[in-house]
Design a protein around this ligand. Structure first.
Ligand code: IPD
Length: 273
């Protein structure tokens, strides 16, 4: 059977439509009041009713608009036809990235939606639930916000670099991550912990921070924001030549990648629990 892979532009239009509706639902549910529905890996790793409702809405919309595709989501896992649909498409959704910010009414949470074709992320949309800021990217087509093409920071000196990072939910992992930050901070301009990995990557894409790193990201934290960052000129990878993934994501402008990478490797940032 001859398969015709969908155009990235077609998938992007769908992703934007679905992410906007999802963000609107999350915004409305936040205004109506939010509480913890359950906890996941630890007592601080929370799920709100909105996480579930928003992911359900995204699943339903994708089923209607792209019935054969597979979907991987933070709350419901794998849904659809398998690792990829007949067109090779798999959607990756984080209904609310920055759930703790969302719970506390802090304006730094987002819907993150990406589409892979044959295992490669080709489309990403990250939409801030509170501010409506929306970052988009297609593979080879650049990264954009509000009609403006994004370019990452041109900083070249690690000592002048504003670095965003995040922490996992497991206390032992956090302790290791905190030790790494304590050793890194004397060598950079400063550290930011904003609380939503997808937005951190988009901030790096437009130079609102210079670089970002984190251990422990799941596919749904990384997929859309990682493409936005890559398309804005950042190098996005793991340590020691590995691809970006759960062990480590470093996103840095090309001139900073080496120095930041080497510091993180010396500090065993991808090690520990
Ligand atoms: C979390 C946020 C946070 C990052 C964590 C993620 P969630 O995602 O992106 O910034 O540090 O690693 O798990 O739980 O809010 O979807």
């Amino acid at each position: 059977m001859v398969r015709s892979a969908p155009e990235p532009r077609e998938l992007l239009d769908i992703a934007i439509e679905v992410a906007r509706d999802a963000a609107a639902t999350a915004y409305r549910m936040r205004a109506e009041g939010v509480s913890v529905a359950a906890t996941k890996s630890t007592v601080t790793d929370v799920v709100t009713a909105a996480d579930r409702a928003v992911e359900r809405q995204v699943l339903d919309a994708l089923r209607r608009l792209r019935p054969g595709d597979a979907v991987l989501g933070e709350e419901y896992g794998e849904a659809g036809t398998g690792p990829a649909g007949p067109d090779g498409v798999r959607w990756i959704v984080d209904p609310i990235d920055g759930t703790v910010n969302y719970l506390y009414g802090l304006r730094h949470s987002a819907v993150s939606l990406a589409a892979e074709v044959d295992g490669v992320v080709v489309v990403g949309v990250v939409r801030n639930i509170s501010t409506g800021e929306e970052w988009t990217a297609t593979a080879g087509g650049g990264a954009w916000r509000d009609g403006r093409q994004l370019r990452c920071s041109t900083e070249t000196d690690l000592g002048q670099t504003l670095v965003a990072t995040g922490f996992g939910y497991d206390p032992k992992r956090r302790a290791h991550q905190a030790r790494v930050v304590a050793e890194l901070i004397p060598h950079v301009r400063d550290i930011r912990r904003l609380g939503a990995a997808a937005i951190d990557l988009c901030f790096a894409a437009e130079g609102r921070v210079d670089a970002y790193y984190e251990k422990g990201l799941a596919a749904w934290d990384l997929a859309a924001g990682g493409l936005v960052a890559t398309e804005a000129g950042l190098r996005v990878a793991g340590l020691g030549g590995a691809a970006a993934g759960p062990d480590m994501v470093v996103a840095a402008p090309p001139a900073l990648f080496g120095p930041l990478h080497d510091r993180l490797a010396d500090l065993d940032a991808s090690g520990g629990p």
